[in-house]
Design a protein around this ligand. Structure first.
Ligand SMILES: [Zn+2]
Length: 436
């Protein structure tokens, strides 16, 4: 099995990610996050929010609607240019993205292909109750525009001054011709973004651009992504959107294949200029100090939450030889990302005094962190199960615990065990989670 298959299989087996609508045969390009996956994904989003909003004074948060006035998408250019080249096999009628094919023949049956047609990626939807009077609109193709249409609202409701940013996390939808690569290219996905408004000064804006490149790369590294698996990929001049001044992708090395995880873009003033033009609203910013009026330029950082989740999983996945030649599968997830921080076990499930003490510890810890409970099978098997879930610590209540008021704390990565007093357990775990 290659890494993609291993991750897909682990994700399904342990409840990280399931195929969407599976009992009905699934729906291509959709995925459901299971009990462990929802925690991992939420932790990633919380870390993003903490570093981009909570810890900064120059960034505000926003949560805009998924369905917007369709004029937004005229202004942003999505209705005219947000498309992929589609070809169809004349024999088996399978459809492909022309830019992903290496041969001129159908990869499935060798048949002839049609000429490429531009296929718009926006997902259509209709609002209203009366047939014929329904408003045709779209599920947002990117979360970016929700920020720009609120530029004036944010200025008037906060005390932010340029340079400042607006961060947002939310779902977006694309009618991908060929979804695939597990969750990598999905039709419904989640984005985590920053739109950072700066003066229309090339030197200053390029400094901001470089700053955000470094910040975003550093964020992935701070959460445990190996530096050698990350790189910047610059968009060639002919790949740049016509309005963009510069663009780099942060790519992850997925087993030898570099894959886009986040984009850092200098968008110029395209978005605000277009919304000013199409809405008739004045989108200029007035600088109190210099008394200048201008349309701001925008530095955007746009990351895929699902892609980050996938690559954090891949980055953490290890198969390690342990004693007696046994192999353990372990997710060495950063403790801040791990779905469960600790698992609590009574040594034996049929000894009420052990279960009672363990249950008390479990209930106490749960007030402050996600805690797993397991009382099935032998301790070795329970450790393996938690290793696979990425749980940093396991706590076992044994017969000594009843006499000495202490428990065994076992570390996921070193597999070392130590005895800790029950009364100090909460503080002990929080300290160790903080250190890592
Ligand atoms: Zn074919």
């Amino acid at each position: 099995m290659d890494m993609w298959e291993k991750i897909t299989s682990l994700a399904k087996r342990r409840g990280f990610i399931f195929p969407g609508s599976e009992i009905y045969g699934g729906l291509a390009g959709t995925w459901d996050y299971g009990p462990l996956g929802v925690e991992l994904k939420r932790n990633i989003k919380n870390e993003f929010w903490k570093s981009m909003v909570q810890e900064r004074s120059d960034v505000a948060g926003l949560d805009a609607a998924i369905i917007m006035n369709p004029k937004v998408w005229e202004a942003s250019g999505h209705l005219t240019s947000f498309s992929d080249p589609l070809v169809e096999c004349k024999k088996c009628h399978h459809r492909f993205r022309a830019d992903q094919l290496t041969e001129k023949k159908c990869p499935d049956c060798g048949g002839d292909l049609t000429e490429p047609k531009q296929f718009n990626l926006m997902v259509e939807t209709y609002l209203g109750v009366i047939e014929g009077e329904k408003l045709k609109t779209y599920l947002r193709g990117e979360i970016t525009q929700g920020v720009h249409v609120n530029f004036k609202n944010i200025l008037s409701s906060t005390r932010v001054k340029i340079p400042f940013g607006v961060a947002q996390i939310g779902k977006a939808f694309r009618n991908e011709i060929t979804p695939g690569g597990f969750t990598f290219r999905s039709r419904e996905f989640e984005q985590m973004e920053l739109q950072y408004y700066v003066k229309p000064d090339l030197k200053e804006s390029m400094e901001q651009f470089e700053y955000w490149k470094k910040e975003r790369m550093g964020w992935y590294v701070s959460l445990g992504m190996k530096k050698e698996n990350l790189r910047f990929k610059e968009h060639a001049k002919d790949e740049l959107a016509h309005y963009a001044k510069a663009a780099f992708d942060i790519e992850y090395n997925a087993e030898g294949e570099w894959k886009e995880m986040e984009g850092v873009h200098h968008r110029g003033d395209w978005d605000v200029r277009r919304h000013q033009e199409f809405s008739g609203e004045d989108m200029t910013y007035f600088d109190e100090e210099t008394k200048e009026k201008f349309l701001p330029h925008i530095i955007e950082t746009s990351g895929g939450v699902d892609r980050a989740t996938l690559f954090f999983l891949m980055n953490a996945y290890k198969e390690e030889k342990v004693k007696d030649g046994e192999i353990r599968t372990v997710l060495r997830l950063h403790p801040r990302l791990a779905p469960y921080k600790v698992a609590v076990f009574p040594l034996l499930a049929n000894k009420p005094e052990l279960v009672k003490t363990a249950k008390k510890i479990y209930d106490d810890l749960k007030k402050n962190m996600m805690v797993a409970w397991d009382d099935r099978g032998n301790i070795g098997k329970r450790y393996r199960a938690q290793d696979e879930a990425g749980t940093p610590f396991c706590v076992t209540v044994d017969f000594d615990s009843l006499e000495h008021d202490d428990v065994t704390v076992r570390d996921r990565d070193t597999m070392k065990q130590e005895r800790v007093k029950i009364g100090e357990l909460g503080t002990h775990l929080e300290e160790r989670l903080k250190q890592s």
